[in-house]
Design a protein around this ligand. Structure first.
Ligand code: SAH
Length: 261
């Protein structure tokens, strides 16, 4: 990120970005720029929409009637990462935190999974999206992760594509070396191959799965361990809260297999 402009505020906008375009702002965006940041007309604001890269814009108007005048492109659109994050939803602030951290850690899809011991059944997808957008604006990425409606555990297993490595975070995992565990993919019962030799055509797609505060039920754990192409990952000798486990697991995956290399 050398040379990256950290000073100008960054906004995700739902509009095409091209030289000379004017982008209308939502009320919360106008409020944020005018009242929270107290920006004056002419101030620089960076804008991205997930498609057209990042653009320098200039603030026009005052109060609620502000817009962005698009000037020039500061960064080309990059290909989004391909890292799915599957998680049992948590309550309110902890879910907000987990969504923000997962986006900062580089996930491309947020997929809630309702497991047997999940205590939250109603999920506010709009709130999840607002958290994902805020984190994307803050951490400099150019694409907001996809947000999917919750799946039951059974549907998640049924819908799973076996070519996507599933990193199952399990406090009962036998292996105590997470880096070694991630370095090996299980391709069918007999085969143990280092991941680098698995992927002739680019990096293997990955999903990380974290359970609810009450953990996975025995039959859920058994169903997961029966799947092909999974890694059972230990995150050390302590039981982590799910939001901590998310950050720890995603840091390990990005370090060993992902874009931290
Ligand atoms: N079953 C537990 C707690 C679950 S912690 C109990 O109540 O005792 C919530 C989730 O975080 C777990 O399902 C797991 O996915 C992840 N997790 C927490 N600590 C972990 C560890 N040490 N290793 C691997 N995963 C862990």
């Amino acid at each position: 990120m050398a040379g990256y402009d950290f000073r100008s505020p960054r906004l995700f906008v739902d509009a095409a970005l091209a030289p000379g375009a004017t982008v209308a702002l939502t009320k919360p965006q106008a409020h944020y720029l005018s009242n929270v940041l107290r920006l004056k007309p002419g101030s620089a604001v960076l804008a991205f929409n997930g498609l057209d890269g990042e653009w320098r814009t200039s603030l026009e108007g005052t109060g609620k009637r502000v817009a962005l005048a698009v000037q020039e492109r500061t960064r080309e659109q990059t290909t989004a990462s391909d890292l799915h994050y599957l998680f049992a939803p948590l309550k309110h602030e902890r879910l907000d935190y987990m969504m923000q951290k997962a986006v900062e850690m580089g996930v491309s899809r947020l997929q809630p999974v309702l497991t047997r011991h999940t205590q939250v059944n109603r999920i506010n997808l709009e709130r999840m999206r607002a958290n994902a957008i805020e984190a994307a604006e803050q951490c400099g990425i150019l694409t907001v992760p996809e947000i999917h409606a919750p799946l039951t555990f059974g549907r998640m297993i049924a819908a799973r594509k076996p070519d996507r490595l599933l990193v199952f975070c399990d406090e009962d995992a036998k292996s105590k070396d997470p880096v070694a565990a991630l370095g090996v993919a299980r391709l069918g019962p007999e085969t143990l191959l280092p991941l680098t030799s698995v992927s002739a055509d680019g990096p293997q797609p990955i999903a990380v799965l974290i359970g609810p505060e009450g953990g996975f039920a025995d039959e859920e754990r058994a169903a997961l361990l029966d799947l092909p192409n999974i890694v059972r990952l230990s995150l050390g000798p302590r039981i982590l809260r799910a939001d901590t486990a998310a950050v720890a697991a995603l840091a390990l995956v990005q370090t060993v297999l992902g874009d931290w290399r």
